[in-house]
Ligand binder design. Structure first.
Ligand SMILES: Cc1ncc(COP(=O)(O)O)c(C=O)c1O
Length: 382
């Protein structure tokens, strides 16, 4: 080893670490991987080595994606820099110019924008359909329809349609089915078991669970995931090793968090249903979620204020429940769909979907349910 001071400063930490068995996975905070020879490089390209460059793949990304794939009962998975990155990769793994997508009209605003605006620039068209009103996809199928997209529990009105039925419908027309399972998580339902080809998560939400990462995961068959991985690599949407590590760390407590958050949410939903300052409460019922693997209805509750003009007062009066336009963290938070997540929709689109000024979206956390109800009660009555 060259041992002049300058050389030592740069290389000293780079000697291969002796094999140590940490209980936790280390963070492979490296943008590139070292090879011991050109033969080794050749072996990577022959498919025998796993890692070359972090944008193409990194052990922390793989740990996260493989875990979600196994929890979702899917063959393979890939992570992305955000939920939107994972959705884009899933869509572009299947779609090309001239293709048509059928999507539930109740989807996350960002997904709507991607489908109806960004993908239009690539010659891909999309059509929104109301799965609450339709019986069949028949009238909407075109010769170029390739993909069907839906969410398990919709945002922000928390509708749960008969997902197994719609997956079966779409498959009967030969469509690829992609389900956004962000709100339900594999703890409640695994769309792959009903035939979904691709399942996507904004891992920023329950998969991570602590509001400290932005990440996405897409799972599905090896073939589709391999194509999606190429999209992520080529569009530069890879997840950073540290974010992947944090997300995988949060994921370990998914079952515990979901159990508590769902139980809290069900109590809070009942409390809101009975509250005089609340006009309507949106929370899935047991009949609609009968296909879930557990008797739980998720941890999100939305409601409208009886007096819509009090909406600013309501948010201002909250003391420890934070107004934050995201969801699923261990801390309870509220958001206001009209001014945040659904801002991109036109006034007509919003009112057609029932997203009104007085609508509050509540993400229920792991605190004592009584404290959550007391805090909401105070803000509703001030
Ligand atoms: C259901 C759903 N899907 C996808 C996304 C996008 O995820 P991200 O913000 O991680 O890109 C969100 C974000 O709120 C979401 O709620």
């Amino acid at each position: 080893m060259a041992d002049r001071f300058e050389t030592k400063t740069v290389h000293i930490g780079h000697e291969p670490l002796r094999q140590v068995k940490g209980k936790a996975t280390p963070i492979y905070q490296t943008s590139v991987f070292a090879f011991s020879s050109l033969e080794d490089v050749e072996r990577y390209y022959a498919g025998e080595g796993e890692f070359l460059y972090t944008r193409n793949g990194n052990p922390n990304q793989h740990e996260l994606a493989d875990t979600v794939a196994r929890l979702e009962e899917a063959e393979a998975g890939v992570s992305a820099a955000s939920g939107m990155g994972a959705i884009m990769a899933g869509l572009l793994s299947v779609l090309g110019p001239g293709d048509h997508v059928l999507a539930s009209h109740e989807i996350y605003g960002g997904t709507y924008h991607l489908l109806f605006h960004e993908l239009a620039k690539l010659g891909i068209s999309a059509e929104g359909i109301d799965l609450n009103r339709l019986d069949s996809l028949d009238k909407h199928i075109r010769s170029n329809t390739k993909l069907f997209f839906m969410e398990t529990i919709t945002n922000p009105l928390l509708t749960v349609v008969d997902m197994p039925y719609w997956i079966q419908q779409a498959k009967s027309y030969g469509l690829t089915v992609m389900v956004d399972n962000t709100f339900a998580t594999p703890y409640l339902v695994q769309p792959t078991l009903f035939g979904a080809d691709l399942v996507v998560h904004s891992a920023t939400k329950y998969i991570g669970g602590h509001s400290d990462v932005t990440a996405g995961v897409l799972v599905g068959s090896k073939e589709l995931i391999e194509r999606a991985r190429q999209v992520i690599v080529n569009y530069g949407a890879s997840l950073s090793p540290f974010e992947a590590w944090l997300t995988a760390r949060g994921l370990k407590t998914l079952a515990l968090r979901m159990e508590k958050q769902c139980d809290n949410a069900s109590r809070v939903a009942q409390f809101l249903k009975d509250h005089p300052a609340v006009k309507e409460t949106f929370y899935p019922d047991a009949e609609h979620t009968a296909f879930f693997v557990r008797p739980k209805q998720g941890a999100m509750v939305s409601f409208t204020l009886a007096d819509e003009s009090r909406v600013y007062d309501f948010y201002r009066s909250l003391r420890w429940i934070k107004l934050a336009p995201s969801l699923a963290g261990v801390e309870t938070s509220v958001s206001h769909p009209v001014t945040t997540s659904h801002r991109a929709l036109s006034e007509e689109q919003r009112s057609a979907s029932g997203i009104t000024m007085g609508l509050v979206r509540l993400s229920v956390g792991i605190e004592a349910a009584e404290d959550i109800m007391e805090e909401l009660n105070r803000a509703l009555l001030t």
